[in-house]
Design a protein around this ligand. Structure first.
Ligand code: GLN
Ligand code: ZN
Length: 766
């Protein structure tokens, strides 16, 4: 029996970000729907052909998406929230993108659906809104069309869908439905849609269908496990259906394992990277007799080569515990960049340690071949792999003794401010003299085409460094004047000089390398290009002080120093996997601490250290939360505790639910916390209340992820909600996040409305 190979999903953005360009053209009305769809077809064809040519046996389809795979599943099942006034039937592009981005059109004004982190990745999905009135019916042909499209090209694929438990589990209660609504109560209504999908694929002679159930790697209650059993007993009993593989990823399946083993389905997918414990489960609780194990041995989430020798051993071992083993990726490759071959600028030694999606496909194929034909058939690959692993292990480029010594000497005292918050508050109030409900923004202002062009010109040598600096300074002045004119209390410089909030700093630190093309989707048409930490991190000299001083020189109002925190630097980088993440994070914390000290010494009174990624680092299983939060909070505090009481430390968190890490947020001990809140309609404020949160909070009153301009009344209403729950003197007024992806006209209108809202509510309070 040959060993088969499988890929859980391939990046869909196109090797040159073709999907982004096409989607944004479509949104601007510059491209037709047909043009956008053609770009989608081209990307899919290239992906399928690549996997086929690489020798992959089980190739995914419907892993493509024009925005998000959960949104696709919402469309598939017709679970469109009422405010989009979808009449039922096929969900078209208009409704699809309205759910994703909100829509403001003659007489029509709807907000987007809430977006949140996809497990512990930096990908964001749209949160299904579910209530007792939610009805499901098959409402999209996408999954069938894409399968047929591949078949027409002579490529048989495995359609991939978000499974029913994950669709419900990842959702939230719709508006006007209590938080305690039991989403699982919708299961029986939802399953017929999946049955219909299975029936149609069965009739089309499809061999395998992949149902992704990543919710099974989080702690699940007995009721949820019972729902798992019920759901798949029902789907398993569907007549004339294809084989079903339920895939899990990002951690081990724990208590779900015994249930998964018994399900009347043919395949189970397990992650053997982040879910290393799966190995033990298979061992201790019995193997997968009668089933095919899709063994995720090639990590889909990092940029490092696989240890092929170790994987071969693991796969052979796993083969003793299942009927059949398919070599697979640990998760969809959508989380890794596409092609290392496109990276011509990388140092050759470091490059030899790395692999992107295409190279990972190659590794999966090599493993399957090595097992089917014997190791000699892949000798060349194995030798090259062993040599690269050896060079990485022993290379002096990965270690800086001075950095290691400093990290080793860190103590608890390095993570504490001199005084407690009430004293600091007084000292800061005396120095800053801010009004009630101070207004501010999160940092970035629109990164206009001119700004990006200037950066490109600088990089390509068409613009000298002095001219570039002059242009950025002009932009900073524009942003400062704009805020002064609108009457903002605490200003920012707008971050025009930053290509990205992580990369900008990483470029000024040792231990990092950069790619030219290694983009991964963050949400919708927004992609990120994480830098790569390969060695010890060091900040050799100040990174932001000159810009901060320039901005401050333009105004009497305080301008915030603006930094990215150590945890976010870590989370939004590809991190070395040859030492614990906590060690790398402490190195980053010291680098930021030095910068904070330099800003303070230069006279900057307020320093914002952003940690939007702190929650996404949370392990998926609760038993490991404490350990993570301990070091993550410690690192943030190390980076911010070296200052005087009078220096105000702000931080910004976004993109997530913070309810369950409230104690850790409290422990970060920032003087002011600016936090995303508008998409969830300020729901998190009660969590602050419950936590007894003393420090100041700016719950975002306007959603910057959408071009929609919020009205004054709408924002005033949110502020009233905030002062109902917390003390008025605790509240700041600010948007949800930075404005860099927005255009000036909408920013100007929105920010004007926002100050007016603040003034109105101040008056009401007076
Ligand atoms: N200061 C950053 C900005 O305003 C924060 C961005 C973020 O939270 N993602 O862009
Ligand atoms: Zn943010």
């Amino acid at each position: 029996m040959p060993w088969l190979s499988n890929i859980s999903g391939f990046p869909r953005i196109g090797p040159k970000r073709e999907l982004k360009a096409a989607t944004e053209r479509f949104w601007r009305g510059e491209a037709s729907q047909e043009e956008l769809e053609q770009v989608g077809r081209d990307i899919r064809r290239a992906n399928w052909a690549f996997m086929k040519d690489s020798g992959i046996d089980l190739i995914p389809s419907n892993d493509f998406s024009f925005y998000d795979q959960v949104l696709d599943t919402i469309a598939l099942t017709g679970a469109v929230p009422a405010r989009y006034q979808h009449p039922g039937g096929h969900v078209g592009f208009d409704t699809y993108f309205a759910m994703a981005r909100g829509l403001q059109d003659e007489g029509f004004d709807v907000t987007a659906m809430e977006m949140t982190k996809w497990f512990d990745t930096n990908y964001h999905y749209l949160v299904p809104e579910l209530g007792p009135d939610t009805e499901f019916s098959l409402s999209s042909e996408k999954v069938f069309e894409e399968h047929a499209e591949a078949r027409a090209l002579g490529i048989e694929t495995v359609p991939v869908l978000v499974g029913p438990l994950s669709l419900l589990g990842l959702g939230k209660s719709a508006d006007c439905v209590g938080e305690d609504f039991d989403r699982l109560s919708l299961l029986d209504r939802l399953l017929p849609v999946y049955e219909e999908v299975l029936a149609r694929f069965g009739a089309a002679g499809v061999e395998w269908v992949q149902l992704d159930e990543p919710v099974l790697v989080q702690d699940r209650s007995a009721t949820e496990l019972e729902a798992l059993r019920r759901a798949y007993e029902r789907l398993g009993a569907a007549p004339a259906r294809p084989k079903i593989v339920v895939k899990t990823y990002f951690d081990h399946v724990g208590e779900a394992y015994p249930v998964l083993r018994e399900l009347p389905i043919e395949g189970i997918g397990l992650d053997f990277h982040r879910g290393g414990h799966n190995h033990q489960l298979v061992h201790d609780l019995g193997g997968l007799e009668g089933k095919t194990l899709f063994a995720g041995v090639v990590d889909g989430r990092n940029v490092w080569i696989n240890d092929l020798g170790a994987s071969l051993g693991l796969l052979e071992h796993l083969a003793e515990h299942a009927d059949d083993v398919v070599v697979s990726t640990s998760c969809s490759l959508q989380h890794s960049p596409i092609d290392l071959d496109a990276e011509t600028g990388l140092d050759p030694e470091i490059r030899s340690w790395m692999a992107f999606a295409r190279q990972k496909v190659g590794a999966v194929a090599t493993l399957a071949r090595g097992l089917s034909e014997g190791r000699p058939a892949v000798t060349t690959e194995l030798e090259a792999n062993a040599a690269a692993l050896g060079s990485r292990r022993t290379s002096p480029r990965t270690q800086n003794p001075a950095v290691r010594e400093r990290v080793g000497a860190l103590t608890d005292a390095d993570s504490r401010r001199a005084s407690k918050f009430p004293e600091r508050r007084e000292a800061q109030q005396a120095k800053l003299g801010l009004p009630l409900l101070p207004t501010t923004t999160i940092g970035s202002y629109p990164q206009t085409a001119e700004i990006r062009q200037a950066r490109t010109n600088l990089r390509q040598g068409r613009l000298g460094p002095e001219e570039y600096e002059a242009q950025m300074k002009a932009e900073i002045e524009r942003v400062v004047r704009f805020q002064e004119e609108l009457g903002y209390d605490v200003l920012v410089h707008g971050e025009p000089e930053r290509n990205d909030m992580v990369q900008y700093f990483a470029e000024q630190m040792d231990g990092y390398v950069f790619t030219q093309n290694a983009w991964v989707q963050s949400y919708g048409s927004r992609y990120v290009r994480p830098p790569v930490i390969y060695g010890d991190v060091l900040r050799p000299q100040p990174m932001t002080v000159e810009w901060a001083l320039y901005a401050q020189s333009l105004t009497e109002k305080p301008v915030k120093g603006m930094l990215t925190g150590p945890v976010t630097m870590l989370m939004w980088s590809f991190v070395r996997d040859d030492q614990p993440r906590s060690e790398t994070c402490k190195q980053l914390a010291l680098a930021i601490r030095d910068e904070v000290a330099d800003l303070e010494a230069a006279g900057i009174a307020i320093i914002q250290v952003d940690e939007p990624a702190i929650r996404e680092g949370l392990p998926l299983r609760r038993d490991r939360w404490e350990e993570y939060l301990d070091w993550a909070v410690f690192c943030f505090r190390v980076s911010t505790s070296g200052v005087d009481d009078t220096t105000q430390i702000q931080t910004h968190l976004c993109y997530s639910d913070f309810g369950d890490i409230m104690a850790a947020i409290h422990a970060m001990d920032a003087d002011v916390l600016l936090v995303e809140a508008s998409r969830s309609r300020m729901e998190l404020l009660s969590d602050f209340r419950r936590e007894g949160y003393l420090q100041e909070v700016g719950p975002g009153v306007y959603d910057i992820h959408s071009p929609r301009v919020p009205s004054t009344e709408e924002m005033a209403e949110r502020l009233r909600l905030a002062i109902d729950v917390l003390e008025p003197h605790q509240i700041w007024v600010n948007p949800d996040c930075g404005l860099k992806t927005r255009g000036w006209p909408e920013v100007e209108s929105s920010l004007r409305n926002m100050v007016v809202a603040a003034q109105q509510v101040r008056q009401e309070l007076a």
